[in-house]
Ligand binder design. Structure first.
Ligand SMILES: Nc1nc2c(c(=O)[nH]1)N[C@H]1C(S)=C(S)[C@@H](COP(=O)(O)OP(=O)(O)OC[C@H]3O[C@@H](n4cnc5c(=O)[nH]c(N)nc54)[C@H](O)[C@@H]3O)O[C@H]1N2
Ligand SMILES: Nc1nc2c(c(=O)[nH]1)N[C@H]1C(S)=C(S)[C@@H](COP(=O)(O)OP(=O)(O)OC[C@H]3O[C@@H](n4cnc5c(=O)[nH]c(N)nc54)[C@H](O)[C@@H]3O)O[C@H]1N2
Ligand code: SF4
Ligand SMILES: [Mo]
Length: 735
């Protein structure tokens, strides 16, 4: 392998194209990681349509993480208090199959759960759906996207009749007004931000509005920063709509011909006059009016959102309320306009296509729809009625199912719930009670390994071939260009092998991932996400392809322009109309009170990725963000007698943690911020999720990871507590 390989960055949902080349061309110096292993060179792929050669620090340094602390062989133990012993694949798979069969025939298939990830490739996702939903007959497959994108999915489905972000990245350079709400785009979707920022700088008329309780690096460059109180997004959005309505800034033709439910929505808006809204949001009336004016006066409005909207006990309502604004002004289906949810993970989009949540089936279908179940049963050649009619357990319901004993097997793959789930003490206690946990990851140790009975080594990006879809629906092939370490295997191969051992031979007779993908795209025919024109071979030959891409379009000379969804203003609802939603704001699930007077919000930093399994092993990114911290407004720091860098004890109703204070005016008074990246392996007692609660949106099941009530105190010698000690059994891993 001496040629360079074109692939996709395996971090965020921007989905930048990368070009990687082997550690050293003949006669050149070899780059090595800190453990002395030669590393692959990475640069941006100029030919990739989404990123045009740009990359951020995470993409640029990814190859340094690929060889360190890798899991190389399966391991097993009888109970969590025993050490792991190295076992063969055969022995591990036998134990898994035996346990699956026992649980299936004693407790029923609904006692089997898999918790997967937006870091799967589409092939991994698809095979997992076929195994759980089609063969075993349980919809208990959920992914970490439940904590991430599920409110966007529910919002799109309810408003438009289908999932699928309508805009594309070209719209970043075509818009007159970018409305960024609940997204720190500069740090979390840096290349999307670069494209938007260039356009904003070059064109003086272009407005950039940022809605975020923190003055993030995204907010720094905005024309208007609305530092709303956490959880007041619906107030703000309804308040903007109220003003648009009053000013007559609507598109009545679009409302009449292409939507339903406007009258009810207009009624709700009466309750959102500017003075009341400004007061509830904690912003000035003037700023609110400016936002409405920017929106109303712009020909093309593009909204971008992410976790500040989705991770909420009213996440779906927030998303739909934002979509309302687009519907009343017909800001959709045309260049530079539309509601654009930025996906978090590299392939959360592919997961949605493949049906990778407990309420979904492949090809943007729904478990609750009998016709959809029948179509998939026929496609998979399983008996009618095999796919359960009930929605499966969400990620959090898997945890509560462990508490009640209803879950007999929990299979976790490509996610680290012992850091990323809400209410960590409760999560860990439930994991400790699990009768049988399979954990399939690329690295060892991770925090979740402590809770596993069987550990399976996964080949990761760079070691397996598969596809991923980014936020703008562009599908990129990620070919294997390195060998997996030790005995690690691609996730889909592990699932397929278990399927065959369970007796489903025909269903899992795939020779390679190209065959898996070929089967998958057939199930998307005539759906909104039609990908029948895409194959591994075409991706390899032509480069990335955006969907919809029906096979027929690839065979005609001038295919229609499908860059944006709904450019004909017809929507995939029964009457072809998009639906307004009339929601009142409910506010936070756990509002502050005198005992817990602060709202804690949590989120991300530019250089780190989630639970640090990769970025914690890269010199540059760890230097960038060496320590956890808590952002506190100077006013409260003074009240509490806390100086910059001093330790602060933070308590919620569920747990406690401690962080050095970072005193800054970038955080609104009354709110504090902690990054999510430090689990038990990377710092003592600095887990954001020790504090958060699991209360979730009733429509999407997405927990409110963005807000909980906390109390703060300065750590003095007198109240020093002993830091939590974590000891993971670490057997020798090299063969
Ligand atoms: N560097 C980096 N980039 C990443 C990731 C990473 O780990 N590191 N992860 C990826 C993933 S999976 C995801 S999901 C995305 C997340 O991308 P983002 O959603 O942009 O990131 P977060 O920091 O989680 O949260 C965004 C902002 O929401 C604000 N916020 C909190 N509460 C509210 C509220 O009530 N209303 C509003 N309007 N805003 C609020 C926070 O202050 C925060 O600045 O990032 C992706 N990109
Ligand atoms: N407080 C708080 N909590 C949050 C959030 C927040 O904003 N605040 N955000 C939530 C969101 S949006 C997300 S997406 C989650 C993310 O949370 P997690 O999913 O727990 O985070 P990661 O660190 O990305 O974990 C991915 C794991 O998959 C492994 N892996 C990588 N590639 C592969 C592969 O190909 N196969 C296998 N089997 N394993 C692989 C990595 O080694 C790593 O252990 O966190 C959620 N939790
Ligand atoms: S913006 Fe996202 S996809 Fe692009 S290089 Fe950075 S982490 Fe990778
Ligand atoms: Mo995410």
């Amino acid at each position: 392998m001496s040629e360079s390989t074109k692939t996709l960055c395996p971090y965020c949902g921007v989905g930048c194209g990368l070009e990687v080349s082997p550690p050293a061309a003949r006669g050149q110096a070899t780059h090595r990681d800190s453990q002395g292993t030669p590393i692959w060179k990475v640069k941006g792929d100029r030919a990739h349509p989404s990123s045009e050669g740009m990359v951020c620090v995470k993409g640029a340094t990814v190859s340094e993480s690929l060889s360190k602390n890798r899991l190389k062989a399966p391991m097993m133990r009888e109970s969590l208090d025993r050490p792991f012993r190295r076992v063969s694949w055969d022995e591990a798979l036998d134990a898994i199959v035996r346990r699956l069969q026992t649980v299936r025939f004693t407790q029923g298939p609904e006692a089997i759960c898999m918790y997967g990830s937006g870091q799967f490739q589409t092939e991994d996702y698809y095979i997992a759906q076929k195994l759980l939903k089609g063969c075993l007959g349980t919809n208990n497959f959920d992914a970490n996207s439940r904590l991430c994108m599920s409110s966007a999915v529910a919002g799109y489905i309810q408003s438009f009749g289908s999932d699928g972000p309508p805009p594309c990245y070209d719209d970043l350079e075509k818009t007159d007004c970018a409305f960024l709400i609940g997204t720190n785009t500069a740090e979390c979707h840096p290349i999307v931000f670069n494209r938007l920022r260039k356009h904003h700088k070059r064109n003086k008329h272009v407005k950039l509005i940022v809605v975020d309780p923190r003055r993030t690096s995204t907010a720094e460059v905005a024309d208007l920063h609305l530092a709303i109180k956490p959880g007041t997004d619906i107030d703000l959005l309804n308040g903007i709509a109220h003003l648009l309505l009053k000013a007559g800034d609507l598109n009545t033709l679009f409302i009449d011909e292409c939507t339903s439910g406007f009258a009810q929505y207009a009624q709700i808006l009466e309750h959102y006059p500017p003075d009341a809204v400004a007061d509830r949001c904690g912003i000035s009336i003037e700023d609110l009016e400016t936002a409405a004016r920017y929106w109303g006066e712009s020909d093309r409005v593009l909204s971008l959102w992410s976790m500040g909207m989705n991770q909420s006990s009213e996440g779906t309502a927030k998303v739909r309320t934002l979509i309302n604004l687009h519907l009343m002004t017909a800001q959709i289906g045309r260049p530079g306009a539309g509601p654009f949810s930025l996906t978090g993970q590299p392939n959360a989009m592919g997961g949605r296509e493949a049906g990778g949540l407990a309420n979904l089936l492949p090809g943007y279908r729904l478990v609750k729809n009998a016709e959809h179940r029948r179509e998939i049963e026929q496609f998979w050649e399983v008996p009618p009625g095999r796919i359960a009619p009930e929605v499966g357990r969400t990620a959090w319901e898997m945890i509560t199912g462990l508490e009640t004993g209803e879950v007999g097997v929990l299979w976790i793959a490509a996610t680290n719930p012992a850091v990323s789930m809400p209410d960590l003490e409760r999560t860990k206690a439930a994991l400790r009670r699990s009768p049988f946990t399979i954990y399939q990851d690329a690295y060892y140790p991770t925090e979740t390994a402590e809770f596993a009975h069987v550990i399976l080594p996964a080949a990761q990006w760079s070691e397996k071939t598969g596809v991923m879809t980014n936020s703008e629906r562009t599908v990129t092939l990620c070919p294997a260009f390195r060998r997996p370490p030790g005995q690690a295997r691609p996730d889909w191969e592990i699932f397929a092998e278990v399927g065959r051992r369970l007796g489903f031979r025909e269903q899992f007779a795939f020779a390679n991932s190209a065959e898996v993908y070929a089967e998958f795209v057939r199930v998307t025919r005539d759906r909104v996400c039609d990908m029948t024109g895409i194959s591994h071979a075409r991706l390899l030959e032509q480069g990335p392809i955006q969907w919809p891409c029906p096979l027929e379009e690839t065979e005609i000379a001038n295919p229609p322009n499908l860059k944006r969804l709904y450019s004909d203003w017809r929507f995939p609802t029964p009457d072809g109309r998009a639906r307004f939603a009339a929601y009142h704001s409910k506010g936070l699930a756990e509002p502050p009170n005198p005992d817990y007077p602060f709202v804690l919000t949590t989120g991300r930093l530019y250089g780190h990725w989630h639970t640090q399994t990769r970025t914690g092993r890269i010199e540059k990114t760890t230097k960038m963000h060496p320590n956890p911290f808590i952002e506190i407004h100077p006013r409260h720091a003074t009240q509490l007698g806390i100086a910059d860098g001093e330790m602060v004890e933070v308590r919620s109703r569920r747990g406690h943690a401690r962080f050095p204070a970072k005193i800054t005016r970038a955080i609104a008074p009354g709110t504090v911020f902690v990054p999510m990246h430090w689990g038990a392996l990377w710092a003592d007692n600095a887990e954001a999720n020790a504090l958060t609660h699991p209360h979730a949106c009733p429509d999407s099941g997405q927990p409110e990871l963005k807000a909980c009530a906390v109390a703060l105190a300065k750590v003095t010698d007198a109240n020093q507590t002993v830091a939590t000690e974590v000891t993971l059994p670490v057997p020798a891993l090299t063969s």
